[in-house]
Design a protein around this ligand. Sequence first.
Ligand SMILES: [Cu+2]
Length: 305
Amino acid sequence: MLSLFESSKLAVGLTALAAVANAAHYEVAVGKGNKLTFEPETLTTQLGDTVTYKFFSKFHSIAQSKFDDPCHLSEGGLFSGYVPTESSDVAAPTSFTITVNDTKPLWLYCSTGEHCKAGMVHAINAPTNGTNTFDAYKSAAQKVSTAATPPVGTLPVGGIRKTHIDVGASNGSIIFSPNNITELVGTVLEFSYNPKNHSIVQSSFDKPCQPLESGFAAPFVATKQAPSGVTFEVEVKDEKPIWFYCAQTLGSHCQAGMVGAVNAPTSGNNTFDAYLSAAAKAPTSVQPSFAPLNGTLKVNETIIY
Ligand SMILES: [Cu+2]
């Protein structure tokens, strides 16, 4: 089965990279339509292919078990971390991508509550006959007595957990979306440029609209396309709050509320709302003299800096 990505810009990026010229990319919907399912339930892939899990409906994960121990995270097994989301039909901004490095079957499940026991399981390269089939794995999962759930907050393992953040919007809005994010350490923030001419710069809480020394910074990118295909990626390296803004002075984007936070405290003095109000009163924004800094700039998935 072909994914949406294959026909669009990712394919352009992939063909540009000779080393993975033949790799296919698959997409799997996790919990779409409020159902406890992976769609598709099974995939057949080649070495080097990638699979992106898109999350829907409340709270799911993708975790790896052994065939004969379903619903239990195997030691060192793949784990996406949990992904909370409201919508049953619009994918969460957070996704998880794995690269298939082995031709052996991968047995996977959702580790939330009783989801695995309800049959929320998935497999890559499962044998189609013999004893270790997908159907055998699924029925064993449904008979498990206790599903050992990794606790909430368990960090992702073995894949890339990525959160997409829109920088501006197709209608020209001066906003980051989402702009107040809770994310796990190890997650990659993927900022995606949209129309107007925005930048992405890390600040301190105390000095919104001013660059943080040794923080991340991405250049201005003027575009009329949404998405433009230009992204800037930054990894969440620790649990400290991350504050960021757009440094566009024409229209005072930062002061107008084009700011964002990752892992901001939800109470006390240093909340996202406090940062937003401080930004509204901040002096003229500053763009660092050189960018990109401390992040990766990509065009159509190809690293350019
Ligand atoms: Cu802006």
